[in-house]
Design a protein around this ligand. Structure first.
Ligand code: SF4
Ligand code: SF4
Length: 360
């Protein structure tokens, strides 16, 4: 199977923006003094009574098991691709499980790259299921067509794993533009395999969630309105069913940041994000109830901070690692924020769980 290729990774091209420092500098250099809060996220927080962003109860372990991916989507915030060799080791996975056992977190959210390509993926899933956790596999769909993944839909179904699949749009043109030529057709084939394994038919143990993100420099439309449209469209044209749709804003980091800059959309997109700041999203920000763990075991407030290499600020530990997990100290931290955070607070809000506020 040829993998869809929308671009090469920034790292492979040795692009300036492969450096997280360069990404931060580019974001910081944008002239935003004419926008709300002068483009300052801390000022936006202060305007609604938050001196700093603080964590709530830890509910979700989001484990990024590696940057290896069979795709190279244009909007990828991980800069993942077939050339990325960073993969979580079995030793780090054991440290994650040990830490998980010290918490009451109910969900383990597995992300990447393509998490299924980590050779320890099935072991990790199995161990989390044994512990009674709700497991999420963030799946790019096309990976399910690889010969080694033939049995994976049924394997995941037997274990009650929720499959959360990226599909930018239910129309071919929009999806292929972002993910690469042929991505749509392969995604449809993979969705049919998931349906055949019992996914997407209102069975709580076989939940199929689709993720849509805008194909351009604009915010997601209302999640519930899109869900209705997609359910009708996928059923009518392809006979596919799914349980729910979540919408995620594109974050101005990594390959999407590069695209914004090269297409001349960076200034207006940042203005859009800042001016659409919604105070109602703050309590539900995912950094408040989620711990993000990188492939090499370092801890971050969220997957976006992880990609910008903004390390979590745990009191007494400047570069916390999962093997030194300390729940009490983590609860005392202040979440690290920056201009990219406006991507989470714009409009209805955006997180790995979709919109933060409900549809009006
Ligand atoms: S967006 Fe997802 S599927 Fe696409 S390259 Fe990044 S990790 Fe892979
Ligand atoms: S990017 Fe979003 S989730 Fe991450 S720290 Fe900022 S507001 Fe929180």
């Amino acid at each position: 199977m040829s993998s869809p290729t929308a671009t090469l990774s920034l790292k492979q091209r040795q692009a300036d923006l492969s450096s997280s420092q360069q990404q931060q500098e580019l974001l910081q250099a944008i002239e935003l003094t004419h926008t709300s809060f002068n483009g300052d996220f801390d000022a936006a927080l202060a305007s609604c009574g938050w001196k700093t962003l603080t964590p709530a109860q830890l509910e979700i372990f989001q484990i990024n098991v590696g940057k290896l991916c069979n795709m190279t989507c244009r909007h990828c915030h991980v800069d993942a691709g077939p050339d990325r060799k960073e993969i979580m080791s079995r030793e780090t996975i054991e440290a994650c499980l040990h830490a998980l056992d010290q918490t009451e977190a109910h969900t383990v959210d597995l992300t990447g790259g393509a998490p299924e390509l980590n050779p320890h993926f099935r072991y990790l899933v199995e161990q989390c299921v044994v512990r009674g956790k709700h497991v999420i596999d963030r799946c790019n769909l096309t990976v399910l067509l690889l010969p080694t993944m033939e049995d994976l839909p049924a394997w995941l179904a037997e274990r009650g794993v929720e499959v959360v699949c990226s599909l930018p749009h239910y129309r071919q043109r929009n999806t292929d533009a972002q993910r690469g030529h042929g991505a749509f057709e392969q995604s449809i084939t993979a969705l049919k395999k998931l349906n055949a394994a019992g996914y997407g038919q209102a069975d709580p143990n076989r939940q199929l969630t689709l993720v849509s993100n805008p194909v351009g420099a604009f915010l997601s439309a209302q999640q519930c309105q899109l869900e209705r449209e997609w359910k009708t469209g996928l059923q009518k044209h392809h006979g596919i069913t799914f349980d729910r749709l979540i919408t995620i804003n594109n974050m101005p980091i990594s390959r999407y940041l590069e695209w914004l800059e090269q297409s001349g959309n960076l200034q207006t997109y940042m203005e859009l994000l800042v001016n659409a700041f919604n105070p109602g999203t703050i309590p539900g920000l995912m950094c408040r109830n989620t711990l993000s763990i990188s492939w090499d075991g370092h801890l971050f407030d969220c997957d976006f901070n992880q990609m910008l290499e903004l390390e979590l600020q745990q009191p007494g530990n400047p570069r916390p690692h999962i093997r030194d997990f300390d729940l009490d100290q983590l609860a005392k931290r202040h979440i690290v924020t920056g201009r990219h955070c406006f991507g989470c607070t714009a409009g209805s809000g955006s997180s790995c769980g979709g919109s933060i506020t409900s549809c009006q």
